[in-house]
Design a protein around this ligand. Structure first.
Ligand code: NAP
Ligand code: GDD
Length: 332
């Protein structure tokens, strides 16, 4: 039975990846942090066979301890401060967790394996945010980086550390440069979920309007369930490498609003959406669109959920959730 340790198990991707690996017969260990973490109950409900290990990406001894408990064949480092907007407000903490956290996990593997790093396969959750002010379109594994946020800078550090440990210690270390991926499990702070939840609430009469920032940014949005499959495939190859994972399509926030409001039969959202300076960023990533040719040809990976279907799935899920919450509140 292969053994995997996942940091960030309580996040969107951690849940999908944990489910995927458990379904493949892995013994799955998930790193959880803090006291009374309320998300633990969700993890245990979705992945009943999960074994939880306490640890924190800011604390190297706890990561070494997690390696000793899990004895992993594969380590997936998904833990991070992942919200770009927050990374300006807590830039130092973002550097510690999203950037230095990668180095700590690599060091924990190096110490645990007594320098024979090829024994444990490592996946780093790198990001299209590293491309930032893009130098070419579409972006590939060879496109130079120009990060635009403390988050993007921290991810770039983590990416190069992963490459460096591969080159220095013969680590089986892969960096997945994943473009935006979403799902009904997406955090409410990200724009897709913020929109689909608000659209559900507006259509149910629970909310009057929605405040957003830049409506002209373009993103390459795919389905998180597809993207964790790409992570797993990267660690099954003969040799470690870096891969772009994306759909190859890009859409604006305005198009996201069109699709989400159309799902509830509202075609004109102009009077329902305001722009609020609080949601604009100090520096924006205007356009992301990835070229995942290498992932397709080497990993045999391709996305299965198109943009419209993804957003409709999220609106439908939020309609169900918000109806249930409203009914529960009415009963109290
Ligand atoms: P997410 O839902 O925000 O989950 C982040 C996870 O990191 C949570 O489980 C969180 O745990 C954990 N975490 C935060 N600080 C930690 C710390 N100090 N020690 C240990 N764990 C900590 O993110 P996601 O969307 O699943 O993304 C997974 C990874 O992929 C992240 O690294 C993200 O930056 C990267 N990525 C995401 C996308 C995307 O579009 N989703 C694209 C490219 C790359 P708590 O529950 O304890 O807070
Ligand atoms: N969150 C948010 N909230 N974004 C808004 C809003 C708003 O009210 N209004 C406009 N936007 C715009 C942002 O300015 C950005 O251009 C775009 O919507 C997407 O924002 P997010 O959904 O927060 O995602 P992100 O692209 O910044 O970052 C996500 O994708 C990265 C991969 O490219 C995160 O998942 C990162 O962790 C990930 O690495």
């Amino acid at each position: 039975m292969p053994r995997a340790l996942i940091t960030g198990i309580t996040g969107q991707d951690g849940l999908y990846l944990g489910e995927l690996l458990a379904s493949k017969g892995y013994e799955v260990f998930g790193l959880v942090r803090g006291q009374s973490n309320p998300k633990i109950a969700t993890v245990e409900r979705i992945i009943p066979s999960i074994e939880l290990v306490e640890g924190d990406l800011t604390d190297l001894p706890s990561l070494i301890g997690a390696m000793e408990i899990a004895q992993p064949d594969e380590v997936y480092n998904l833990g991070a401060i992942s919200f770009v907007g927050l990374s300006w407000k807590q830039a130092e903490l973002t550097g510690e967790i999203t950037g230095m956290g990668v180095l700590r996990v690599l060091e924990a593997i190096r110490i645990h394996t007594q320098n024979d790093m090829s024994k444990v396969r490592f996946y780093q959750a790198s990001s299209s945010e590293m491309f930032g002010k893009v130098r070419e379109t579409p972006q590939t594994e060879l496109t130079p980086f120009h990060p635009r946020s403390p988050y993007g800078v921290a991810k770039t550090f983590g990416h190069y550390m992963t490459v460096n440990y591969r080159e220095s210690y013969d680590a089986y270390a892969c960096s997945g440069i994943l473009f935006n991926h979403e799902s009904p499990r997406r955090g409410h702070e990200f724009v897709t979920r913020k929109v689909t939840r608000a659209v559900a609430r507006i259509s149910l009469g629970l909310q009057d309007s929605l405040s957003l920032g830049n409506l002209d940014a373009r993103r390459d949005w795919g389905f998180a369930g597809d993207y964790v499959d790409a992570m797993w495939r990267m660690l099954q190859q003969d040799a470690p490498d870096d891969y772009v994972v994306s759909t190859g399509e890009t859409h604006t926030i305005r198009e996201l609003l069109d699709v989400a409001f159309a799902r509830v039969g509202m075609d004109d959202w102009s009077g329902l959406v305001q722009q609020d300076p609080r949601f604009f960023r100090p520096a924006e990533v205007d356009l992301l669109i990835g070229d995942a040719t290498k992932a397709a040809s080497v990993l045999g990976w391709k996305p299965t959920v198109p943009f419209h279907q993804l957003i409709e799935m999220m609106v439908d899920n939020d309609l169900l959730t918000e109806r249930k919450l409203a009914a529960d509140a009415a009963r109290v």
